[in-house]
Write a protein of this length. Structure first.
Ligand code: AMP
Length: 192
């Protein structure tokens, strides 16, 4: 099976690209952000808990996030593999993912990072906020905090997979189709 981590800061285009990749490779996109927003929309206890963190641009605690991720994988058989979008967000989550896949005799195939500058991210997210309906996309302070959390807690995950020789980078600048072409080129290389 193919297990890709689509990696990069908020607003780097992970979600957009993941939606195109699932069609081409027969994978399931698992976005922890989308899963939280679904819970939030249904006012579940998990959604209510997650909201207080999401509204500040902080990470939701690991235990609930990891459990939610495992449940999603376990309840979604029949795919050629998964695209993890927005997970893992720190080293502990990366270790949990590795152990979880290992129990299934599986492993992460590759982490592919979309690189984008901080200023470009802020512009993109503010623009997305005009239509996304996401409270965390509307306030520049919250966006900057999400970038800070990314740099501090999430960026080390790329180095973690680099030690396993699984980390790759693609410049996340250009049209959606140009970036998609570059991504597919990289994926075809790693799964060959
Ligand atoms: P995203 O849609 O990936 O930008 O995520 C939106 C928000 O959901 C983040 O700012 C976090 O509050 C929360 N979130 C999403 N994924 C994770 C994760 N893997 N670990 C902790 N919090 C997460």
């Amino acid at each position: 099976m193919i297990h890709l981590i689509l990696f990069g800061p908020p607003g780097s285009g992970k979600g957009t690209q993941a939606k195109k990749l699932v069609k081409k490779y027969g994978l399931l996109q698992i976005s922890t952000g989308d899963l939280f927003r679904y819970e939030l929309g249904n006012n579940t206890p998990l959604g209510i808990k997650a909201r207080s963190y999401m509204d500040k641009g902080e990470l939701v605690p690991d235990e609930v996030t990891i459990d939610m991720l495992k449940n999603k994988v376990n309840s979604s058989p029949g795919y050629a593999g998964y695209i993890f979008d927005g997970f893992p967000r720190n080293i502990l989550q990366a270790e949990a993912l590795d152990n979880f896949l290992c129990e299934k005799d599986q492993e992460v195939t590759a982490l592919i990072e979309l690189t984008v500058t901080d200023d470009e991210i802020v512009q993109r997210i503010l623009k997305r906020g005009e239509t996304s309906g996401r409270a965390d996309d509307l306030d520049e302070g919250i966006i900057r905090n999400r970038i800070e959390v990314y740099n501090k807690e999430t960026a080390p995950v790329a180095a973690f997979y680099d030690k396993q020789a699984k980390s790759h980078k693609i410049e996340g600048i250009g049209t959606i189709d140009e970036i998609f072409e570059k991504l597919c080129g990289k994926i075809d290389q790693v799964i060959a």
